[in-house]
Design a protein around this ligand. Structure first.
Ligand code: IMP
Length: 434
């Protein structure tokens, strides 16, 4: 039995990964975030209380689970401190939290640049970022002008790098975007204070995770966003700036690729997307709005309404192959109950030809025709959240799950039927040996 499981989003994020990680963390010793930053919003509902995590790994609700923010994540120390304060105020211990000393730090100038660039983009050029400074921070990392967590504990080095970064960013903000410059002193002081408060959590996380692997501990790698937002394999340029697919684990947690054993691909029973970019199965007008209201589809980080549409098996097949998904977790099946007959996208056609996978180039999405199949309505009035036995689900709900599984040639190992921790039906073997 494998000791690690990687949780990745198979669509455009917001698939309900938080709830699944929470469910699996009960049997894990460690949960590791390997990419992304405060753009993520992982929601967990426990005994009627809603928790939304942005940077802190979702396992924090379990005492004794080590919760690692890996080197591949980008960390706004001020936002992290605020998140930690909020978690502590709920009486939850943060003893297990670890922050990689190699993670890059998001500064106010990253957010200012993110915002200024979005403002300048017109019409279809707008990406619709979360404005958390994620893209500019990863850009600095690649340009080797970034500041890492460890730098904050070397005051002279930090001051020097911050000053140089601000000189460059202020010039760009002022001359290119007409935005006000940012002052050195308040940023310097606030980030030094946050670094001091967070120092007990900061460590060499790669070694920590490698040691846990050597000891055969159960480890969850917690993906944020989803495959279609992956910087390399998503719908570029309408993507986030990190590798949200499985490939991000090795780089972002500091482990060998073989550390990725089982991969749980999380997919909603329909599709949503926040922000701009291709979304072929999108439902416009009233049908889309109805799905949004039924599924409460509003962003956990920005509150923006999510675009909603049918399940897209072409997109999912691509994501499954790319991530090496060994088991699918289908979430929010209950949301479709009572919606009416359900359509599923089973093929893309363009210029009279079948497309095997989503197009790689932005322009090639135009003019795609969808091939769909219609499945029977999933009935209302059944206690989906209370159902523990797959065989008890209404026939139409089971038909839907089995249709997806057969078309994707990958087992659906869990079905989520409500926001509560308990609303989860296990179909396959448990992820970890118990
Ligand atoms: P960024 O990550 O803030 O740069 O945003 C880039 C794109 O990714 C935008 O379309 C965002 O809406 C989307 N995005 C980023 N994080 C998430 C997430 O956690 N869930 C869903 N969409 C996200």
């Amino acid at each position: 039995m494998a000791n690690t499981a990687t949780i990745v989003g198979l669509q455009w994020g917001d698939e309900g990964k938080g709830k699944i990680i929470d469910a699996l963390a009960a049997q894990a010793k460690m949960v590791v975030r390997f990419q992304g930053g405060g753009n993520a919003g992982h929601t967990v509902v426990v005994e009627g209380v809603k928790h939304v995590f942005h940077l802190v790994p979702t396992g924090i609700l379990y005492p004794g689970v080590q919760c690692v923010i890996g080197n591949g994540a980008v960390v706004d120390l001020l936002a992290l401190q605020a998140e930690i304060d909020g978690i502590r105020a709920q009486g939850i211990s943060l003893e297990g939290l670890k922050i990689s000393d190699k993670a890059h730090v998001v500064f106010p100038y990253h957010q200012a640049l993110d915002e200024a660039r979005e403002k300048l983009r017109q019409g279809k050029q707008k990406i619709g970022t979360t404005k958390r400074g994620i893209g500019p921070c990863y850009a600095d990392k690649a340009a080797r002008t970034g500041i890492r967590v460890a730098d904050l504990y070397r005051p002279e080095r930090f001051a020097d790098r911050l000053r140089r970064a601000l000189d460059e960013k202020n010039a760009v903000l002022h001359h290119l975007f007409g935005a006000p410059p940012l002052e050195f002193e308040p940023i310097h002081a606030a980030y030094l204070a946050a670094a001091e408060a967070l120092e007990p959590y900061v460590t060499d996380c790669s070694t920590l995770v490698l040691d846990a692997l050597d000891e055969g501990q159960e480890i969850l790698f917690e993906g944020a966003q989803g495959v279609m937002l992956d910087i390399d394999h998503g719908t570029y340029p309408y993507v986030t700036s990190s590798n949200a697919s499985t490939a991000g684990v090795a780089v972002g947690a500091g482990v060998p690729p073989a550390a990725v054993q089982q991969v749980l691909g999380i997919a909603k029973a329909y599709t949503t997307r926040v922000g701009a970019g291709p979304f072929p199965s999108e439902l416009h007008g009233e049908p889309g709005e109805r799905l949004r209201e039924l599924g409460h589809e509003y962003g956990a980080t920005t509150g923006r309404p999510r675009r909603c549409g049918w399940l897209d098996l072409v997109q999912l097949r691509y994501a499954i192959r790319l991530t090496g998904t060994t088991g699918i977790v289908l979430t929010k099946l209950d949301t479709l109950a009572g919606y009416g007959p359900i359509q599923v996208v089973t093929g893309y056609r363009k210029d009279g030809l079948d497309l095997a996978a989503p197009p790689a180039q932005e322009a090639d999405w135009d003019g795609i025709e969808l091939v769909t199949e219609t499945l029977a309505e999933i009935p209302e009035g059944f206690d989906y959240a209370g159902c523990k036995d797959y065989a008890q689900l209404p026939q139409a709900a089971r038909d839907y799950v089995e249709f997806v599984e057969a078309k994707l040639a990958t087992p659906v190992v869990m079905v989520s039927t409500g926001p509560q921790r308990s609303a989860l039906i296990q179909r396959g073997k448990p992820v970890f040996a118990v």
